[in-house]
Ligand binder design. Structure first.
Ligand SMILES: Nc1ncnc2c1ncn2[C@@H]1O[C@H](COP(=O)(O)OP(=O)(O)OP(=O)(O)O)[C@@H](O)[C@H]1O
Ligand SMILES: [Mg+2]
Length: 328
């Protein structure tokens, strides 16, 4: 099979650049549906993903991971900030250009049972994008068989329905659909979270081999740092709509700087890392309707200082990574 390289490796800039991105959801109240408040799901996020790279995005439930992914996909409206693909701002694209972008950025969700149409056969599911964008060259069956082989499924899957497959196989179908248009970026939102650990490893390995073959960039969203540490080159840690620490995954796992990252790592067994300085998180993530003033983590932080409740920390470069914490 031809080794198609999507990204131009000679390009110096990142494939995706998110700049100070904010996605707020209005909460309407009363007879006239006045906006009473905003859910600050994503609150000033900046990040970059380079060609062929996997960026892991971790954080507790409700911290805004899915909303960030959906905003990049154009499924949620940007409140403020910008998203640039290959240096082109998505906010300035014409509908035709936006359509082209839809081919370049694809998504795999957690639950293939709800993301795959139960009334469609596998052949129709995985070639839907190819048909829509008029990319069928020889025959739909030939394309579908090639895609099935790439994700490790046999040809007898073609005319079967999603409910006839196991969870892991269904996720392979979702992956076949996601790669059908040869995208450059795939957003994997909790793509392996619903699977058994052994199946998780198989699907992660499949994603890694497809990434190598097609030079894909991945945004790998998960609440599970041990899974992210297995696949991501770099990791961004999200808390209450903001990135609190970002850098090389190995550095972050070995020597976390932000107290929130320390607590996340203490909570999960990461292969090869033994932790004596266990930090346990108190309480729950506060509501994104009224985030605490200053550092959003300060009410739960074991290393809290007076400044933390008064001043929001700005991200600084420390030990080769970005960290937003007054301790650094
Ligand atoms: N369409 C919406 N309208 C209003 N609030 C929303 C909407 N979508 C998400 N939210 C809120 O935004 C915040 C972030 O949600 P989001 O689903 O992005 O978090 P998450 O990190 O993906 O969580 P999980 O790990 O549970 O998937 C939550 O408080 C959520 O209730
Ligand atoms: Mg989510």
């Amino acid at each position: 099979m031809k080794n198609v390289k999507n990204c131009d490796e000679t390009k110096s800039g990142p494939l995706l650049r998110v700049v100070d991105l904010t996605t707020w959801f209005p909460v309407k109240r009363g007879f006239f549906s006045k906006t009473a408040a905003y859910v600050r799901a994503v609150d000033g996020v900046s990040l970059e993903i380079h060609c062929g790279e996997t960026l892991g995005l971790v954080g507790e439930s409700g911290c805004g991971k899915t909303t960030l992914g959906r905003t990049i996909l154009g499924l949620e409206k940007t409140t403020k900030g910008d998203i640039l693909l290959d240096g082109y701002s998505m906010s300035q694209l014409t509908p035709k250009e936006m359509n082209l972008l839809r081919q370049r950025v694809q998504v795999i969700f957690q639950d293939p049972m709800s993301s795959l149409n139960p009334r469609m056969t596998v052949i129709d599911i995985i070639t839907e994008g190819l048909v829509q964008f008029k990319k069928i060259e020889v025959s739909k069956v030939a394309h579908a068989n090639r895609l099935l082989a790439e994700v490790g499924l046999s040809e007898d899957a073609l005319y079967r329905f999603p409910h006839e497959f196991s969870g892991g196989q269904r996720q392979r179908i979702a992956i076949a659909r996601a790669i059908s248009l040869r995208p450059e970026l795939v957003i994997c939102d909790e793509a392996v979270s619903a699977l058994d650990v052994s199946i998780q490893a198989q699907v992660v390995n499949l994603l890694k081999s497809l990434q190598e073959r097609y030079h894909l960039s991945l945004l790998f969203i998960s609440h599970d740092l041990s899974v992210v540490s297995n696949i991501a080159d770099r990791t961004a840690v999200m808390y209450l709509g903001r990135i609190v620490e970002a850098g090389n995954t190995a550095d972050i796992v070995r020597a976390p700087l932000h107290p929130y990252t320390k607590a996340l790592i203490a909570a999960v067994p990461v292969p090869g890392v033994s932790r004596r300085d266990r930090v346990l998180l108190k309480g729950e993530i506060p509501s994104s309707l009224s985030p605490p003033p200053g550092c959003p983590f300060h009410p739960r932080c074991p290393e809290v200082m007076p400044v933390c409740s008064q001043q929001e920390p700005v991200a600084k470069r420390v030990d080769g990574r970005e960290v937003a914490c007054h301790l650094h």
